[in-house]
Ligand binder design. Structure first.
Ligand SMILES: NC(=O)c1ccc[n+]([C@@H]2O[C@H](COP(=O)([O-])OP(=O)(O)OC[C@H]3O[C@@H](n4cnc5c(N)ncnc54)[C@H](O)[C@@H]3O)[C@@H](O)[C@H]2O)c1
Length: 244
């Protein structure tokens, strides 16, 4: 029960990694708010974890602020909402780039901006952003996604530097291929999608996909007081895919 007495907001909480994170934070004693554009999904996940659902679109600062007002200031923010649109870069469009930047990068700015002032005032805060190994090594077929995920790592480091004096830590997690609707959606592309998943699996040392629970465990660690001296870090949860 490392998170007893803490209030957490998990964005994209209706999805694969988000739902596992909600369950894990709740099991560790946190009051968890599930924020998602998919309100029905958020309500389902919140119901299973005795948490709360709130409709939230990370691309809109207004929407995020309204959600934070509704729930009250969180002690823990998990920037988890994210998406990808698979395609080799030359075949992608500026509209696709903008969609990915709006959710994966601006979304993290919006949520962090909405919660930081109250964390500073409270003298306590934990911000955990779900990046990706793609942000460290670059992923074929996900060039813009990789750029946004690299961007949030740098952003977390800067926030860690600005926020240490307020008792706030800011860290990133870099998952490898995790078995969620986002990754398995690659199968829609048929043979090439299957090949991408197999290639990612092969790039891990463990030669298997990760499970959402394995990412959630790392989130719980970084959100807890077991990680009081950890800030500005990027923790790979990728079966050794990103090791240097
Ligand atoms: N699955 C993987 O292999 C993998 C690997 C590395 C990183 N990640 C990252 O983990 C995070 C979670 O991914 P997942 O695999 O669980 O995906 P998922 O598709 O299962 O879940 C994503 C969730 O985000 C929500 N969402 C999308 N746009 C939103 C918006 N504008 N505002 C609020 N919510 C929004 C969706 O409704 C969904 O519930 C993402 O940031 C993703 O980039 C995933």
């Amino acid at each position: 029960m490392r998170l007893e007495g803490r209030k957490a907001l998990v964005t994209g909480g209706a999805g694969g990694i988000g739902a596992a994170t909600v369950a894990r934070l709740a099991a560790e004693g946190a009051e968890v708010w599930v924020g998602d554009v998919d309100l029905a999904g958020a309500e389902r996940v919140a119901g299973e974890a005795a948490g709360h659902a709130v409709e939230l679109d990370v691309t809109s600062l207004e929407s995020v602020k309204a959600a934070v007002t509704a729930m009250g200031a969180p002690d823990i923010l998990v920037n988890n909402a994210g998406t990808d649109e698979f395609g080799f870069f030359t075949y992608t469009t500026p509209e696709q780039w903008q969609r990915l930047v709006a959710i994966n990068l601006m979304g993290v700015f919006n949520c962090t901006h909405a919660v930081l002032p109250a964390m500073q005032e409270a003298g306590y805060g934990r911000i955990v952003t779900i990046s990706s190994e793609a942000g460290r090594v670059g992923s074929k077929g996900s060039a813009v996604y990789s750029a946004t995920k690299g961007g949030v790592v740098a952003f977390m480091k800067a926030i860690a530097r600005e926020s240490a004096r307020y008792g706030i830590t800011a860290n990133s997690i870099a998952p490898g291929p995790i078995e969620t609707p986002l990754l398995m959606g690659a199968k829609e592309f048929g043979e090439i999608g299957e090949k991408v998943i197999e290639t990612m699996k092969g790039a891990t040392q463990m030669k298997r996909l990760g499970q959402p629970d394995e990412v959630a465990a790392a989130v719980a660690f970084l959100a807890s007081d077991d990680a009081t001296y950890v800030t500005g870090e990027t923790l790979g949860v990728s079966g050794g895919l990103g090791m240097v």
